[in-house]
Design a protein around this ligand. Structure first.
Ligand code: AMP
Length: 213
């Protein structure tokens, strides 16, 4: 099964995709996570990537599309994947359609996590991420058992540099302009399912699992 999770930053795409991937035994492909790893490399490309991300804007389509294309050609994607963070605009959606067509496969389900702005801000400003396994926590909604340490692997938790207030605003603006047209794109292709995603993550997960059955 090939699933795309759509939604604004803070909708819970990463958290849901991670759990869903474990349940369905499919790889979780997060372009944000791949880019965060690239941005740590001491290369010009790493520096550039970090720059885009810290500003809260999208990295160039050609770069991320190449990264994604390589990833979905890996053998572990043969039974499907959960895409989180790609596509991010219409150009990427068309590029993805082209890649899948070449492989004679298609997206089965696009799930739009519909989230209100106050919930987005609350989630992003309290989000903590594990530096080792990428798991997400939240200062209030999902606090780690031990201070700033990941429950799953013991890694150190940190606040993403793009989760600072002004960058959050910029990312929301970019989302509205670039990514929200994807809702209509997939709706017109009868792939889109909407889920109200303001509730606790376990409730949202159950709704997603129902759709993926
Ligand atoms: P995320 O972890 O999905 O919130 O992504 C974090 C940041 O990575 C975004 O604000 C963008 O700068 C960059 N990014 C992630 N996915 C994409 C994509 N598909 N296209 C362009 N930029 C992306």
């Amino acid at each position: 099964m090939r699933i795309i999770l759509l939604g604004p930053p803070g909708a819970g795409k990463g958290t849901q995709a991670k759990t869903l991937a474990e349940k369905l035994n499919l790889p979780h492909i997060s372009t944000g996570e791949m880019l965060r790893q690239m941005s740590q490399e001491d290369t010009q490309l790493g520096e550039h990537t970090k720059d885009f991300m810290n500003k809260g804007v999208l990295v160039p389509d050609e770069l991320i599309t190449q990264v994604l294309s390589r990833r979905i050609s890996q053998p572990d994607t043969k039974n499907g994947f959960i895409l989180d963070g790609y596509p991010r605009n219409l150009n990427q959606a068309q590029a993805l359609d082209g890649m899948l067509k070449e492989k004679k496969i298609a997206i089965d389900l696009v799930i739009y996590l519909d989230t209100s702005e106050p919930v987005i801000i609350q989630r992003l400003s309290g989000r903590l991420v594990c530096s080792l396994c990428g798991a997400n926590f939240h200062i209030k909604n999902m606090p780690p058992k031990s201070n700033m340490t990941c429950d799953n692997c013991g890694g150190k938790l940190y606040q993403r540099s793009d989760d600072k207030d002004e960058t959050i605003r910029k990312r929301l603006e970019v989302y509205l302009r670039e990514s929200s047209p994807l809702i209509q794109y997939y709706d017109e292709r009868q792939k889109l399912y909407r889920i109200k995603a303001d509730e606790a993550s376990a409730i949202v997960l159950n709704k997603i699992i129902e759709l993926a059955k």
